[in-house]
Design a protein around this ligand. Structure first.
Ligand code: ATP
Ligand code: MG
Length: 557
């Protein structure tokens, strides 16, 4: 991270680290972020990244990026690349500390041989189904596999032949020899190796037909890398005894400690990689980087900044209790960032023409507007005014609701940064739809209040002669309920049908000509927007990042 971070908030993991450093157990800490390259990173991963890389930065330690690539069927280099891009984008750097669990396949194999030699692992010929039956349940103890008492010599021979490809998929596994009656099912002789023929691993190609399981690979990879604090999510708590068993029974160079924290769950979205993959493959969204997705690629395209995501992770904190975080917390983090940093612009989303009947037709007047109301360092801009303007359809009402402070027939409103106008006439088509307004300017009101009367409303506008046509994509929450699929229903049924609305007839002020993808603005009175990479020189495209206030549920169609 380049910018100076705020002082970190403490948490139980920091307290453990503080104690380990104070007692001399460790001189330096080493953490790792261990994604499986089987999907794009999401906001939940961001919590883990910010935690692991953040601790390493704060304590002057190191954080490794380690691809946990033991399941080649679902993995792909596309994901390796996107994960790296996303971690860098979030502001973190692993330097030369990028590893693959597959880098250790040979070493892990030798560790397995060591376990066999110690009588702590055996080749088992039970089918997957029988292995399950023998394992028992939470209430029933397991039963010993009939292959559990094989001799060390036979196990060594069979394991070598498994590696050599002599046996079919599923015909044999290597299992740890721990305790079939353990109350912890993870310790009932867990499988350490499976046979998988014919898969091309994205790193090791066809070198192996024997793949280690996650529970075996993870602790030993941590130990080989000298990880001191191995941070993972709570569902691995029951796996910790197996984690410790692995590092206690092979000759590893260090003894890492696993510490669990609660995973991030966010309202109105899904975070399981299976579901995210389905949303993409079933084209329920437009790819992994659809701005409605909780992926980092999606959030980036939506206009979320790395600083806002890091701040959100800090605000969420690190605890041991599972909870569901409100979407409003994520939205307020980006709103705070953009409120402080995004230049202001004017954009009319649903244009309604206003003709100023008393304004000279070819006048070339400009008005000056500050780019930010509170930050003069962002400067100002000259905005062309003119006899024909666009205002938003929502800023005019023939039959105004109570407290409507915008334009009404024979009413007045201020145009932001310019004059007060009065609506004199409403032009309609045969069906009664409003086509255009005729209005007059009070020339005494530029930068001044009108004489003898109050004009409360201020609306935004764009001069028609110099307006730039634009497309604006309004995004809303992907799901319409806080917990999609709660109660056992299909989560797809909870998709929000209004999550994307594309407005193709918008106009924006000329300062937005030649805008570059990724540029961010507050469109006055509308919200925060980011230029999408579909922007062309002729036609900018903007994505709604977040509204100005939390209005979810208040203005829904
Ligand atoms: P899978 O369902 O494929 O196992 P995963 O979400 O566990 O997915 P990994 O790639 O294994 O994905 O995760 C990498 C790291 O990110 C792990 O250490 C994991 O604990 C952490 N992580 C994943 N999801 C979350 C989450 N929602 N909150 C916090 N950490 C998470
Ligand atoms: Mg995982």
């Amino acid at each position: 991270m380049t910018e100076a971070a705020a002082p970190p908030r403490t948490n139980f993991i920091r307290q453990i680290i503080d104690a380990d450093l104070a007692s001399g157990k460790h001189e330096r800490i080493a953490t790792r972020f261990p994604p499986e390259p089987n999907g794009y990173l999401h906001i939940g991963h961001a919590k883990s990244i910010v935690l692991n890389f953040g601790l390493a930065l704060d304590y002057g330690g190191t954080c490794n990026l380690r691809f946990d690539d033991t399941n080649p069927l679902k993995e792909d280099v596309e994901f390796v690349d996107s994960i790296q891009a996303d971690v860098r984008w979030l502001g973190f750097d692993w330097g030369d500390r990028r590893f693959f669990a597959s880098d250790y396949f040979e070493q892990l194999y030798q560790f397995a041989v060591e376990l066999i030699e110690k009588g702590l692992a055996y080749v088992c010929d039970l089918s997957a189904e029988d292995t399950r039956t023998y394992r028992g349940t939470l209430t029933d103890p397991g039963r010993d596999s009939p292959y559990r008492e094989r001799s060390i010599a036979e196990n060594l021979d069979l394991f070598a032949r498994m590696r050599n490809g002599e046996f079919a998929d599923g015909s044999r596994t290597l299992r740890a020899r721990i305790d079939m009656r353990s109350p912890n099912i993870n310790l009932r002789d867990p499988v350490l190796y499976r046979i998988k023929h014919g898969v091309i691993h994205h790193q090791t190609g066809s070198a192996w037909c024997l793949y280690p399981t996650y529970d075996y690979t993870h602790p030993l990879s941590d130990a080989l890398e000298g990880i001191t604090h191995s941070l993972c999510t709570l569902e691995f708590e029951d796996h910790r005894p197996l984690y410790d068993w692995c590092i206690d029974h092979v000759s590893v160079p260090s003894k890492p400690r696993q510490i669990e924290f609660s995973r991030l769950n966010l309202e109105y979205t899904v975070m399981s990689k299976r579901r995210l993959t389905e949303l993409v493959s079933e084209q329920l969204v437009n790819g992994w980087n659809d701005p409605r997705m909780p992926t980092l690629a999606g959030l980036r395209r939506r206009g979320y900044t790395p600083a806002a995501i890091r701040e959100f992770c800090e605000r969420v904190g690190v605890t041991k209790s599972d909870n569901l975080v409100e979407m409003a917390l994520l939205e307020s983090a980006i709103r705070d960032d953009l409120d402080a940093n995004a230049p202001r612009r004017m954009a009319v989303l649903r244009p309604l023409k206003v003709v100023l009947t008393n304004y000279p037709a070819n006048n070339c007047e400009t008005v000056t507007l500050a780019n930010h109301p509170k930050d003069a360092s962002l400067g100002s801009r000259e905005l062309p005014f003119g006899a024909e303007l666009w205002i938003d359809q929502n800023d005019f009402a023939e039959q105004p609701p109570k407290d409507f402070k915008r334009l009404i027939p024979n009413g007045e409103v201020r145009l932001r940064g310019a004059y007060v106008i009065r609506c004199d006439e409403v032009i309609k088509d045969a069906a009664g739809a409003v086509l255009e307004l005729r209005a007059s300017v009070d020339f005494a009101t530029l930068g001044k209040n009108p004489e003898g009367r109050k004009v409360k409303g201020v609306i935004h506008w764009v001069a028609a002669a110099t307006a730039i046509p634009a497309e604006i994509r309004l995004y809303d929450r992907l799901f319409q309920v806080p917990i999609p699929g709660a109660g056992g229903g299909d989560y797809r049924a909870d998709l929000n049908p209004h999550s994307l609305q594309v407005l193709t007839d918008c106009v924006v002020e000329p300062a937005l000509a030649n805008v570059i993808a990724g540029a961010q603005f507050q469109f006055e009175r509308e919200g925060y927007f980011v230029a999408d990479f579909d922007t062309t020189p002729a036609r900018p495209v903007f994505n709604l990042t977040v509204g100005l206030r939390d209005t979810w549920g208040k203005n829904r169609p």
